[in-house]
Design a binder for this molecule. Sequence first.
Ligand SMILES: [Fe+2]
Length: 453
Amino acid sequence: MTKHDAQNEITREASQAGPHAGYLPGFGNDFETEALPGALPQGQNSPQKCNYGLYGEQLSGTPFTAPQHQNERTWCYRIRPSVKHTGRFERFDLPYWKSAPLIVEGVTSLGQCRWDPLPLPKEKLTWLTGMRTMTTAGDVNTQVGMASHVYLVSASMEDEYFYSADSELLVVPQQGQLRFATELGIIDIGPEEIAILPRGLVYRVEVLDGPCRGFVCENYGQKFDLPGRGPIGANCMANRRDFKTPVAAFEDKEVPSSVLIKWCGQFHRTKIGHSPLDVVAWHGNYAPCKYDLKTYCPVGAVLFDHPDPSIFTVLTAPSGVDGTANIDFVLFRDRWMVAENTFRPPWYHKNIMSELMGNIYGQYDAKPEGFVPGGISLHNMMVPHGPDRDAFEGASNSKLKPHKLDHTMSFMFETRFPQHLTQFAAKEALIQDTYIDCWASIDKKFDGTPGLK
Ligand SMILES: [Fe+2]
């Protein structure tokens, strides 16, 4: 451990006492943090000379001229400017990480789809080689839409770094613990947490406890934000203070290294002689964060009926059309069901939005069987779906009393765009060919006579 590493460690620990040591609370705050005392200029961004011989550099997450309430940028004070972290680029392929637009010949994305969990890797897979794209939507080149992925990670990236110019990544672990060593600090996450990695942020992913499996929503569009709560008011759902942004941490490491870049759906590699994680101090509002899903405070029906699932939105990425999200990230966690004279599970429906769901753990109330932890379902644009027969019969006939849905956590990536299956999702992943059969035994009850059937 170098003198600087030791100082780094002290700064991370001392920055905040308690369970969130090493993190700063708040969503979209204007943060400031320094790993060495006096590294952060005060009162200005760009002094003639920076302390410690650092270079000042701005990372812009929105156009310079974005409206004030949306404008995001961070000032970094680093050992070398980013231009020294790239050289000549060479193309390379990650055959399982796909981008939109992608419509695979011979594959239909129309229909109800469900997958068993992808097996945990026995071979060595990193964050990059272990990314498996399931669906893509929109167009990465025009910065609309998204992709959904499953990651299977068993090995840490070593002297290898990555950034996506295409996208912001929302990471939803299902198993194992990962470390994201980023330019702006260190995020450790596991199941029941999520992380947001902004577009353009350089990082290395390490396995803390593996093998690891989880889900990624790759957001090509405008950044994730908190949804407006409307008449719910100033509290509940996801609260700003529960988002945690890391304090500054840097590496002064001179070894042969690779930086890999995703740019317009293509992958590029460049070789450098040092670690690019060399930001000693930073301030700004464009930064990675993590969030503990157990702090999400669900709000629901307290007398009758079943609200739209949007009531459980954690994050929303706008599309430019009011109320029509590029992506909503929606959480179905443990909660009380108390509605009277109500069919309590989700109702049958068709939706203009397309819904990709993943199970983190437990049982989902509309599908007691077949949708298992690590598994995925896709109900695409205007494809009908709803409870299976057993869920319908159970919910229609049970004596209604307050009931706790316990030990359950599933989520949805919901987008305004249709989602197209990759070759991998259609042919290699464990798709359940018999999924449609879960509705086969729903019977006709109508016989023309009145009365509850
Ligand atoms: Fe649905």
